[in-house]
Design a binder for this molecule. Structure first.
Ligand SMILES: Nc1ncnc2c1ncn2[C@@H]1O[C@H](COP(=O)(O)OP(=O)(O)O)[C@@H](O)[C@H]1O
Ligand SMILES: [Mg+2]
Length: 344
């Protein structure tokens, strides 16, 4: 691949050092993704600069104008503390006619909004759990059509924020309490879904027009204490000690069977299109014992750390980390933003 000038946009507190030497694992965990991406891009011979962003676009604009990067590698997951605002930064890049990696603003907007995603997926008859939305500051009236156990989460937060065993509610009292918790803790509306008992499967995909679907990945919940539901709580996802204690791990989803494999691939493609995703994304599914598949959510720009699920599932498909980053660069350069047509 041609050597590129790449500006890596990261959160201001996550600018990675040049080397891991002298840092504790806990510190490294914070900026592991940024470190992996920046160090590999450099090693591949690209000219790389890292720019930390907090709440201002001034420096981003100035750097783009002065340094003229071929591509902005977008590793932002928020702007000014607001998760949804990364889409506006990407929109700003489009206004500057600046190519960038990862998902376009429309795909980010649609996929970050779990309720809007589910409404769109329902239109396309893509199965997602039955649901209801409980806006902040409104009286909780539980629709009769929903069947317990119910699962309560924030309508917009991700990374399992606010997700714990108490998210699974067996009755109206527990449900009310958890809805209130989500309102207070996350400041967002609460999304209540029917709880889907089954395996937890993730499927990654890469592409703009033509898609590559990566092999299904599974979260194995190990030895859960009595009465605990196998769900990706905040702890199960991020607490290394907790994972080790309970034998929680992720890896290739074994013995799915041909029909299920094919269905997961098909659904992943349809979801990717329905939500206007580009670049790379990962779908979260639950697979019931009877073979029924439900999509929980689509994650645009999933975590790109080399040891995380997305890169590991790419590797399982024979796409090494450098190649993965190379493909993401190529997709960013090739994305047909509206301004391209205006320039043609
Ligand atoms: N309807 C549901 N039924 C069963 N488990 C669920 C349901 N919704 C969410 N979960 C569990 O909670 C986890 C996080 O939910 P998800 O919708 O993927 O949000 P996040 O954006 O935090 O990843 C899922 O990976 C799954 O384990
Ligand atoms: Mg998820």
């Amino acid at each position: 691949m041609k050597k590129l000038r790449i500006l890596v946009a990261v959160h201001e507190t996550l600018i990675p050092p040049d080397s891991l030497d002298g840092y504790a694992e806990r510190e490294i965990d914070e900026w592991r993704t940024e470190y992996d991406v920046v160090s590999h891009l450099k090693r591949a011979g690209h000219e790389v600069r890292c720019l930390g962003l907090l709440d201002s676009l001034t420096e981003l604009r100035a750097t783009i104008q002065d340094w003229k990067p071929d591509l902005v590698f977008n590793l932002l997951e928020e702007f000014d503390g607001i998760a949804k605002h990364d889409q506006h930064v990407v929109a700003f890049l489009e206004l500057l006619r600046q190519p960038y990696s990862g998902c376009n603003p429309r795909g980010l907007m649609l996929s970050r909004d779990k309720v809007l995603s589910k409404q769109l997926l329902a239109y396309h008859r893509i199965p997602t759990p039955q649901f209801a939305v409980f806006p902040k500051a409104k009286r909780v009236v539980v629709p009769r059509k929903l069947r317990y156990p119910l699962f309560v989460k924030s309508a917009t937060d991700d990374a399992s924020l606010g997700i714990a065993q108490a998210s699974v509610c067996a009755d109206a009292a527990a449900l009310r309490e958890r809805i209130q918790f989500v309102h207070e803790q996350t400041g967002s509306d609460a999304l209540v879904e029917e709880y889907v008992e089954g395996r937890e499967i993730y499927v990654g995909a890469l592409g703009n027009d033509r898609l590559s679907v990566l092999p299904p990945w599974e979260m194995n919940f190990g030895t859960l204490p009595e009465g605990q539901a196998p769900i990706a709580t905040r702890k199960a996802k991020w607490d290394r000690r907790y994972q080790q204690r309970h034998g929680i791990s992720t890896g290739p989803a074994e013995s799915l069977g041909e029909p299920t494999l094919a269905a997961l691939g098909r659904l992943t493609r349809r979801i990717y299109r329905a939500l206007h995703l580009t670049g790379y994304a990962r779908m979260d599914f639950r697979l019931r014992n009877d073979g029924t598949i439900f999509v929980l959510e689509a994650n645009a720009n999933p975590n790109l750390a080399a040891a995380e699920d997305f890169a590991r599932s790419a590797l399982a498909a024979g796409i090494g980390y450098d190649e993965l980053l190379g493909r993401i660069l190529a997709l960013g350069l090739g994305y047909q933003a509206a301004w391209r047509a205006a320039e043609a």
